[in-house]
Structures are given as C-alpha cells and as structure tokens.
Design a protein around this ligand. Structure first.
Ligand code: DC
Length: 217
C-alpha cells in the first residue's frame, strides 16, 4: 500500500506544481480534484445553466464521464485548456459549493485512491473531509500578491483558447473572491486540516517546498 498524501490550499498556492513533483519523486499517482470541480462547472456553463442551481449541477456531475491524466477528458473530449478559463474560474466556487456535487466527486476521489492504493491528492478539503486519515496532510499557502503573480505567469504561458491572461490586479481580485467563497461556504470549506503541516511557499522555491513535504513523510 502506497502512502496517501493530502495537499490543500488556496488558489495559486502552488498545489499542482508541488503535488506533481512529490508524486514524481515518490512514484505515486496524483489526483487534481480542482480539475474535477472545473469539469462540472464547464458542463454547467455549456448547458447554459445557472451555477447556483444545485439540482442541475448535481445531475451533470453524476452523469459525466471524466478521466484525469496528462489530459483531462470529459465525455471523451479533451478539455484540459477549456477548464482553465476566467469564465470557469468565476463560476467554479458556486458550483463546488453544492453538497450534491461534492458528494458525487468525493465518492469518485475515494474510489480513485482505493484503486491506486494511495497517491497524492490535491484540493481544498482533502485532509479535512475526503481523507482525514491521510498519511501526511499538507496545507500550502502563499501571500495573495505572490499567488496572483504566479497565476498570471502560468496563464500567460498557457493558451486558454477563449481569453487572454488577466492583468495582475484582476487576477488578485478574482483570487480574493474565490478564496472568500471557498473558505466561507458551509459544506467542506477551505481550512487547515487537523494535523496538517503548514508550508508558506511565498519565499520558497518549488524544490524547497518539495523537500519540506518529503521531510515530514
Ligand atoms: O484548485 P483549483 O483552483 O483548480 O480549484 C477550483 C475550484 O474548485 C476551487 O475554487 C474550489 C473548488 N474545489 C473544491 O471545492 N474542493 C476541492 N477539493 C478542490 C477544488
């Protein structure tokens, strides 16, 4: 049985980069649960549904066929870029706040870990709700300004297909809004899980963060 490592934190804290590096170093599979909430959000937007409509979002979540790997395949279509547009960013917090959507995706996340016998799982509620008995829980954070800067750097390099990269001030405002929503929702809010190590990556290189995580394993 491989270890189960939970990595939580706000948008732009470096979770994906760190999770990929830790998984690579340990030879573990990695699951980006944010991509799952983004996929449901894309379906909601494409259906012309209201992101605040719990019923429709729950039905779309339950019926989607999603495969996460190098590419994100949603009902057979490569949506790797389409789930990372500003439109999805703006709606994903509302969609992910619905308990029905969360129940469906949490069940899929637990099934994924059981099938892989462990792995590195990143998100907002992984150490607090999905895997409270994880072998290692990490809460990754960074200053909001630094997180916004990373976001713009990342998006500038990744063609979204729909929109150009946001300006830093807009990115900062969008991140702050999403942080507030994700931390304030009643179901599974973003929080530092009990027993988590907290790593502030503002002034740390990716390698330094990865070393810090591995040191605790
Ligand atoms: O990590 P990310 O920015 O791609 O996540 C997108 C959104 O999905 C985030 O704003 C909140 C939601 N999310 C969640 O509610 N629970 C998770 N485990 C992962 C993401």
């Amino acid at each position: 049985m491989s270890p189960l490592i939970a990595i939580d934190g706000p948008a732009g804290s470096g979770k994906s980069t760190v999770a990929a590096a830790v998984a690579g170093r340990l030879g573990l599979a990695r699951l980006d649960t944010g991509a799952m909430y983004r996929a449901v959000t894309l379906l909601v937007l494409r259906a012309g549904a209201d992101p605040g409509d719990a019923g429709q979002a729950g039905e779309l979540a339950a019926s989607m066929v999603l495969s996460l790997g190098e590419q994100v395949l949603l009902d057979g279509e490569d949506v790797t870029a389409a789930i990372r547009t500003p439109a999805v960013d703006a709606a994903v917090s509302a969609v992910s706040a619905h308990p029905g959507v969360r129940a469906e995706l949490v069940a899929r996340q637990r099934a994924w870990a059981a099938a892989h016998g462990g792995g590195v799982v990143e998100g907002r509620d992984i150490g607090s709700v999905v895997f409270p008995d994880a072998d290692l829980k990490v809460y990754l954070t960074a200053d909001p300004g630094e997180r916004a800067r990373r976001r713009v750097d990342q998006r500038g390099a990744v063609p979204t297909g729909l929109e150009v990269a946001e300006a830093p001030a807009e990115a900062l405002a969008a991140l702050a809004a999403r942080d507030a929503y994700d931390s304030g929702r009643p179901t599974s809010p973003l929080t530092v899980p009990d027993g988590a190590i907290v790593v502030d990556s503002t002034h740390l290189s990716v390698d330094a963060v990865v070393e810090e995580v591995l040191r605790h394993l």
